[in-house]
Design a binder for this molecule. Structure first.
Ligand code: ADP
Ligand code: MG
Ligand code: ZN
Length: 492
């Protein structure tokens, strides 16, 4: 199946076509147990230790649906604006795979958990709504570990720890038209799922991956082209590369008069290319039928309401609130809702200071810089939101200059101590007292007769120089505003 040489279209040719893209996103739910048994769903245990008769598919073992898994899947549905069906149904998707001992996957087919959702994205300033067709629940298979050849025998080991791990699949409408839109959609989905605690979305561990369906059509054409599905993309970069490659490959085929056939392809991160895996003609017939060992899943209105009432604020809602309640710019609101932790941290600082703009600047500026350097996420910040709020309060009350505050923040970050404790210890306090400042101001006026004369002659900008001298004399501890006032009144 593998093409020896793949012809790619030039940008000029590509410009004649419009790509059509739909994504299938697979996400591992952050439950404690597997979906149909009580085995731990953790990562990293020794092979085949987190297993039981159910996830080993021993004869006679019966699945029991995890309530926690359903609750997380409902959360995901609400987060992605899907309508939860009152009744959904598990089905058997039959196929043989060495690491799938049942010989079928339990998934949802005709009656998925939820449908008709949407995700809003913004690409290069253009907002767009992407439809979410459906979200269904399913179990994951085990893992095969190919160990290469030993004594001329090829060994493959099967680890069934992952067998029965709960997943949701989120299927989008074919609404995206560029690789950038697809990446923005995937990022938005990831953010929403993380926010509401559905999944860690750790892409390196395979907790979030997606299949990209790509086709091209001549611009203006109504009918969709024939799609190829690129499987198992586990990074934003790979998703973008795979889509761009597919577009160029498919346009080249269309332009050379060849015909596309529906197929499944694999992305090779080494080459940045996709290679054919199987065509739809030899695609599986999964012989779906309703899972006889599980009753239909009923989600009552009360249950749905209870799950909704426990949901944290969604990223899009938080973003809007930050703009409306705090008067933040779109950009600031965006940065401060990148994840739930930073949003909650900022909320707390803003509540303490009653000055959202200043709070935003410090969280996004100095604090983020310190966190970046230390490689720490904000929920592990040695400076708590409360302590940062207190520091900003000291600036507002004139007890600390902005410059000193930066220095104090650095020390807070190192020690975890409060600003007041550090100021006490280091004798750092802004001098606003006019008695103490007046003395320094008088000294500076006496020492700089030339500048004083210039000021009095109308060149008022030299006051900046004189303020600077006072700041220097006070080792940065003078309150610049107070110094300014004192100088002006002494000189006039
Ligand atoms: P399958 O299991 O056969 O892949 P699904 O319905 O699960 O089918 O997913 C199909 C995905 O392909 C959806 O995301 C859908 O939006 C997308 N899609 C369907 N037709 C096209 C097309 N012509 N071009 C690009 N994407 C498409
Ligand atoms: Mg598919
Ligand atoms: Zn088990």
């Amino acid at each position: 199946m593998q093409a020896a040489h793949i012809e790619l279209a030039s940008p000029d040719l590509i410009a004649k076509y419009e790509p059509v893209i739909g994504l299938e996103v697979h996400c591992q739910l952050a439950t404690r147990t597997k979906i149909f048994c009580g085995c731990p769903a953790g990562f990293g245990a020794p092979p085949n230790t987190n297993v039981c008769p159910v996830c080993l598919a021993l004869p006679g073992a019966l699945p029991v649906l995890s309530r926690e898994a359903v609750e997380l899947a409902i959360r995901a549905s609400v987060a992605l604006n899907c309508k939860v069906n009152p009744v959904s149904q598990f089905a058997r998707k039959n196929y043989f795979y060495p690491d799938s001992p049942k010989g079928y996957q339990i998934s949802q087919y005709e009656l998925p958990l939820s449908e008709h959702g949407s995700v809003d994205i913004i690409v290069e300033g253009h907002p767009k709504r992407i439809g979410v067709t459906r979200i269904h629940m399913e179990d994951d298979a085990g893992k095969s570990q190919h160990d290469g050849f030993r004594d001329s025998v090829r060994y493959t080991y099967v680890d069934l720890n992952r067998s029965g791990t709960p997943l949701i699949e989120i299927v989008s409408e074919p609404d995206m038209r560029t690789a950038e839109e697809a990446v923005a959609y995937f990022a938005e989905v990831k953010q929403a799922l993380q926010f509401v605690g559905v999944s860690t979305c750790d892409m390196e561990k395979g907790h979030l991956r997606c299949d990209a369906n790509v086709s091209v059509r001549i611009k203006g054409a109504e009918k969709f082209g024939i799609r190829a599905e690129v499987k198992n993309l586990n990074s934003f970069r790979f998703l973008k590369q795979a889509i761009e490659f597919e577009i160029a490959r498919q346009v080249a085929i269309a332009e050379s008069g060849g015909h596309m056939f529906q197929e499944t392809r694999l992305f090779d991160p080494e080459t940045g290319e996709t290679v054919g895996m199987r065509s739809k003609e030899d695609a599986h017939d999964y012989r779906y039928f309703p899972e006889p060992d599980l009753v239909p899943l009923r989600v009552s209105e009360q249950w749905l309401a209870a799950v909704k009432s426990k949901m944290p604020e969604l990223p899009a809602v938080k973003r809007r609130r930050f703009i409306e309640q705090y008067g933040l710019s779109e950009y600031d609101a965006d940065v401060l809702t990148q994840n739930r932790a930073i949003g909650e941290y900022f909320d707390e600082v803003a509540a303490a200071t009653k000055d959202p703009k200043t709070s935003a600047n410090w969280v996004m500026g100095d604090l983020s810089a310190l966190l970046n350097t230390a490689g720490k996420p904000i929920d592990e910040s040695p400076v708590t939101a409360k302590n940062l709020g207190e520091l900003l309060g000291l600036i507002a009350s004139g007890e600390l200059s902005g410059k000193l505050a930066k220095e104090v923040l650095g020390k807070m970050f190192e020690s975890g101590d409060t600003a007041l404790l550090i100021m006490e210890r280091e004798g750092l306090r802004q001098i606003s007292d006019s008695g103490a400042l007046g003395k320094i101001v008088d000294e500076v006026i006496a020492a700089n007769p030339k500048q004083v004369e210039q000021y009095r002659a109308g060149k008022t900008t030299v006051i900046g120089f004189l303020v600077g001298q006072v700041m220097k004399q006070s080792r940065g501890q003078a309150n610049p505003a107070a110094v300014n006032d004192l100088l002006k009144s002494r000189l006039s």
